[in-house]
Design a binder for this molecule. Structure first.
Ligand SMILES: Cc1ncc(COP(=O)(O)O)c(C=O)c1O
Ligand SMILES: N[C@@H](CCCC[NH3+])C(=O)O
Length: 416
């Protein structure tokens, strides 16, 4: 459920017609719904109910500080993968004590900063990282809280680029080797073992792979306990999918209840790191049709949004719904490829979409709140879009459109 709906023949974001937003802020433009972010966060919080839990929204999905702030106000924690993300969380008023630090390549300066502000836990992905973290903590005279991210070798059944829990993936520590690595961590003086972590992939549309991973992780948890290593928390990562097209992913309530049922008798705090399932359907990207170009072979609608603004279709052949802001009652229906102005054949946001269009029409690309702006670039020297947050009747500009001056501000011509 989201708050982008048609009313009297035009698309609204909460109580505001998206045409009005496009007229004021231009296109392409990302539009987020605060009520939808809140609804999605609360769906997790309610689903986890009385079970001790911490929801750490995955900042990578949408890292605008206004988004982080909306979630922080609800009590959200954050999953970060870089110091840049940590600084965003702090700038947004997030609590460092609710931050988990994931990622395969944490640098010493990043560890230092995370220790300085006091993050909740480091999700450590290799032995080399354990040693580095222990050294950094020792230099600072601190104890670093850690979990090991284990790789349970389960098939998440998702796109190969976003599957992370298989043996051949770069992520985590092979679960078979995990007991030895825990023993190693136990022997390092400046580390404190807190939990275990696993994240098997993104856009999962079934609970089964999560449960398979959990079964394997619980075997590990129990075997560690026998060896005197008792864990406080279990971090199951993110990964719950959303509906882009015909998918029917489980609701957080269904997902959470099946997970909690498996934990019976164990006093483990549950940490979850949802990104997409909180942010994706809380955002759309508005784009306008520049030209219609109907050829013998194909009908193109050339739009002002492109792969640099929203990369997912080009990168994963991802399908995102594209709908008109004001559907036309009459006119010729055609099957359009919606293509941007970037000089790449892969620059499309949708293919073969049946629409009635005219130049100047405003379109909304749905489910663009996650991995949308966050993955945008300046390719072809295009200014990245504006971002706005709708809150009831109000529209807040939360990132102004870039300018060419912004783009070249860090560059310099060499003398002579
Ligand atoms: C470690 C980690 N946690 C959480 C997430 C968020 O995943 P999702 O957006 O699928 O919920 C990711 C991204 O896949 C991740 O790599
Ligand atoms: N960026 C991806 C998901 C990767 C998740 C990060 N581990 C997407 O748009 O679907």
């Amino acid at each position: 459920m989201d708050y982008f709906n048609y009313l009297d023949g035009q698309l609204f974001a909460e109580n505001v017609p998206v045409e009005r937003i496009a007229a004021e802020f231009g296109t392409p433009c990302y539009v987020y719904s605060r009520a939808t972010f809140e609804r999605h966060y609360k769906a997790y919080d309610n689903a986890l109910g009385d079970h001790p839990h911490l929801i750490c929204y995955a900042v990578k999905a949408n890292s605008n500080i206004a988004v982080l702030n909306v979630l922080a106000k609800l009590g959200s924690g954050f999953d970060i993968v870089s110091i840049g993300e940590l600084e965003r969380v702090l700038a947004a008023g997030g609590e460092p004590s609710k931050v988990v630090f994931s990622g395969v390549g944490k640098q010493a300066h990043e560890m230092r900063r995370a220790l300085e502000v006091g993050v909740h836990c480091f999700n450590v992905e290799s032995e080399a990282e354990l040693y580095r973290l222990n050294d950094v903590a020792a230099e600072m005279g601190l104890i670093a809280p850690i979990s090991l991210r284990v790789n349970p070798d389960v098939d998440a059944g998702t796109h190969p680029y976003i599957s992370t829990g298989l043996k051949e993936n770069k992520f985590g520590i092979d679960i078979q080797r995990a007991p030895d690595v825990y023993a190693l961590a136990k022997g390092l003086k400046n580390l404190a073992i807190k939990g275990v972590d696993c994240h098997i992939g993104s856009q999962l549309t079934e609970v089964r792979p999560f449960l398979d991973a959990l079964d394997r992780v619980l075997v590990l948890v129990d075997s560690l306990k026998e060896k005197g290593i008792e864990l406080n928390h279990l971090d199951l990562g993110g990964g719950l999918g959303v509906r882009y097209n015909q998918e029917t992913p489980p609701e957080p309530s269904e997902y959470a209840s099946e997970i909690i049922a498996k934990l019976k008798g164990r006093t483990l705090t549950l940490i979850m790191e949802p990104g997409r399932s909180i942010a994706a359907n809380a955002g759309i990207m508005l784009t306008r049709v520049e030209f219609l170009k109907c050829t013998e072979h194909r009908d193109f609608a050339v739009i002002d949004g492109a792969m640099n603004d929203l990369l997912r279709p080009a990168l994963y052949s991802a399908w995102q719904d594209i709908i008109p802001a004001v559907p036309r009652a009459t006119g010729e229906k055609r099957h359009y490829d919606l293509v941007g102005p970037v000089c790449e054949t892969g620059d499309f946001l949708g293919k073969d979409r049946e629409l009635i269009l005219e130049a100047g029409d405003l379109l909304a690309v749905r489910s663009a709140g996650a991995y949308g702006f966050a993955m945008s670039s300046n390719y072809n020297s295009r200014n990245r879009p504006a971002e706005v947050m709708v809150d009831g009747d109000n529209v807040h500009l939360i990132r102004r459109r870039e300018t060419i001056a912004d783009q070249i501000a860090l560059e310099k011509i060499i003398a002579e």
